[in-house]
Design a protein around this ligand. Structure first.
Ligand code: AMP
Length: 369
């Protein structure tokens, strides 16, 4: 190991990948790593997280424990993460000891909606019109400028609709400001999109880029419910979504798999495809789970390949597919799903099924059109 983020090297089978976070994404990455003869060391604060069952080694410690982080980084050949809300400082400590992919800078941008949207716009990628809000006064000004309806979102720690409040009229400002805990935020226009789409993209240390088919996503209560692949949108929108993901992953100088979530809004007045980026997730993503069963290379294997400096895998779609999340008690019907033809069941080994908790997913394979 070196004291600086070293030049990316090719990691041979037998190498160990350190993963920050122990949830289902880490578990599925560990499974993909094992298929390639690689080992995984999970670092997570929780006792017995889902990924630990598949890991060679697990460290149970806080993300702020500098000594344990340093020991972890020294014991692995590369570090990655399975969720983005680790403190930026954590990634910076790790990067002093070993390669961290994606780089801490990409994490920093993706963690903060204000930095994220500014970065996107600076690189020519359209977003909903937004304003940065640090105080209640800012919020009132922003509502006046953006208009209603609009959405107030905390700058950090927001996911699955958490830290968000819709504002239908200026009188809602007080309630919305309280609802998000009076934290630094952004206000953005509420977009009447046709559908929500996403692109899973991968980039290797050599700059090679691979894109998966564009999917459309249906949310329930702000949580992903279903992903359909391929997305039922016009070909020029598909091309544009791919171009946008390509631009973004290059601009970030990114290594690994990234998810780009977007609003498909049809065409503008000049007939050009109109797509707005909603957010980026610097990791494997729920809307890419279909790739396990309906693409030549899964997003999990792809991420492992990218961060280990292996050639990127073939992203071709082998089937059309519908991926459905099993939230909370949905998982109790596992025997019914297991009995269905053309259906693959994935369960995360979580003991307690709280309402809304991601317990597993099923992917129904359909003939490729
Ligand atoms: P986010 O946490 O930003 O991904 O938002 C969660 C969900 O809220 C999105 O998947 C959309 O369904 C919805 N949403 C977020 N921002 C907007 C917006 N500006 N306009 C309309 N719907 C939105």
């Amino acid at each position: 190991m070196t004291t600086q983020a070293a030049e990316a090297s090719v990691l041979a089978p037998g190498s160990t990948i350190g993963i920050l976070g122990g949830g289902q994404l880490g578990r599925m990455m560990a499974s993909a790593a094992a298929e390639l003869g690689l080992k995984v060391h999970i670092y997570a604060p929780e006792q017995n997280p889902p990924a630990a069952e598949l890991a060679a080694v697990t460290t149970t410690a806080a993300y702020t424990d500098a000594a344990r982080l340093a020991a972890f980084a020294d014991s692995v050949d590369v570090v990655t993460y399975e969720f983005e809300n680790v403190p930026a400082e954590t990634a910076a400590i790790l990067a002093k000891h070993t390669n961290v992919f994606p780089a801490p800078d990409a994490l920093r941008i993706a963690q903060n909606r204000s930095l994220e949207k500014t970065f996107l716009n600076d690189n020519g990628l359209a977003t909903a019109p937004f304003r940065i809000v640090e105080s209640f006064n800012d919020l009132q000004d922003a509502i006046a400028e953006i208009g209603t309806p609009c959405v107030l979102k905390t700058q950090t720690m927001g996911y699955d609709g958490k830290g968000q409040a819709k504002i239908d009229s200026a009188e809602d400002a007080d309630t919305a400001w309280d609802a998000i805990g009076q934290k630094p935020a952004i206000v953005e226009a509420f977009i009447p999109f046709d559908c929500e789409i996403s692109v899973i993209a991968a980039r290797g240390p050599d700059g090679a880029i691979a894109l998966y088919d564009v999917v459309d996503n249906v949310h329930k209560n702000h949580i992903l419910h279903q992903t359909h692949v391929p997305a039922q949108i016009d070909d020029d929108l598909i091309t544009h979504a791919h171009e946008m993901a390509h631009t973004l992953i290059s601009a970030l100088n990114y290594v690994g798999v990234i998810a780009v979530e977007m609003f498909a809004c049809g065409h503008d007045e000049k007939g050009k495809p109109l797509i707005l980026v909603n957010e980026i997730a610097p990791r494997v993503h729920n809307s890419g789970h279909w790739t396990q069963d309906a693409a030549v290379t899964s997003q999990f294997e792809q991420h492992i390949r990218a961060i280990c400096g292996w050639p990127l895998g073939d992203t071709s779609r082998t089937h059309n597919a519908v991926m459905t999340n099993l939230l909370g008690d949905d998982v109790n019907a596992w025997q019914d799903f297991a009995a269905k033809p053309n259906t693959k069941v994935h369960l995360y080994g979580k003991a307690e099924a709280h309402a809304g908790r991601k317990m597993g997913h099923v992917t129904e394979l359909l003939p490729k059109a």
